[in-house]
Design a protein around this ligand. Structure first.
Ligand code: MN
Length: 234
């Protein structure tokens, strides 16, 4: 199958089975702000991040883990008053509600992964330019100090979770969230994230999470995406 074939993004459960059988298309689609049934296609080919993240990792991480969160979310909200809401509202309305813990976890993981794929691109990484660089320097002292803070935070996350660059008022901050937790539920604006669940790196790096984080910072970060997130929430 031509990898540029357009992936149908409607995610009825029958379509999910089809997607998994037919391989994953990779046409670019913008991050979905819509319902959980709008699973965005990967914004690049499955092998586009090699050698830093392998196509085998993306096959499992996007094709199994991410799609699993999407399918579960669709199932869990079916027939409830959350069914018609945009994904971000589903996350905010289910956050902290004991009966909706599975809904929250799956919806938050769906959002986090939609966001994470956009945080990377082939030949990315290194130092950004313009307003986001100025904001980073203002908040962290220097770009190098930000890289150190982000990398150390991602390395130190105990167990599964995410490390984020967020905008909190006028400050940029590095935070960790455990398991599925997401800044969307906490009132801060995510600009950039790295997935530090083992499924994100184990096939390529085994236990060497620090090497995965270094590859992300040096070769993969999509700073244009982070800058766009900052501009949209100025
Ligand atoms: Mn993941």
């Amino acid at each position: 199958m031509d990898r540029r074939d357009f992936l149908k993004t409607s995610l009825h459960l029958s379509a999910l089975a089809m997607i998994q059988l037919s391989g994953i298309g990779c046409s670019h689609q913008p991050e979905s702000a819509g319902s959980p049934s709008d699973l965005p296609a990967l914004p690049y080919a499955k092998d586009a991040l090699e050698p830093f993240i392998s196509s085998r990792t993306l096959e499992f991480h996007y094709g199994k883990h991410h799609q699993g969160y999407a399918a579960n979310t669709v199932k869990l909200i079916a027939g409830t008053n959350l069914a018609k809401l945009p994904l971000k509202e589903i996350i905010q309305k289910s956050h902290g509600i004991k009966e909706l813990v599975s809904t929250y976890n799956n919806a938050a993981q769906l959002f986090n992964h939609n966001f994470y794929w956009e945080c990377m691109k082939p030949s990315g990484g290194g130092k950004p330019q313009g307003k986001i660089l100025q904001a980073i320097e203002q908040s962290f002292g220097s770009f190098d100090a930000f890289v150190k803070a982000f990398s150390e935070s991602a390395t130190a996350q105990f167990g599964s979770g995410w490390t984020w660059l967020v905008k909190d008022g006028n400050q940029l901050k590095v935070i960790n969230t455990g398991n599925a937790d997401t800044p969307i539920a906490m009132g801060t604006v995510p600009l950039l994230t790295i997935d530090v669940w083992e499924h994100a790196y184990y096939l390529d790096y085994q236990n060497r999470r620090a090497d995965y984080i270094r590859a992300f910072m040096d070769h993969l970060v999509n700073w244009e995406f982070a800058a766009k997130n900052m501009d949209q929430n100025a």
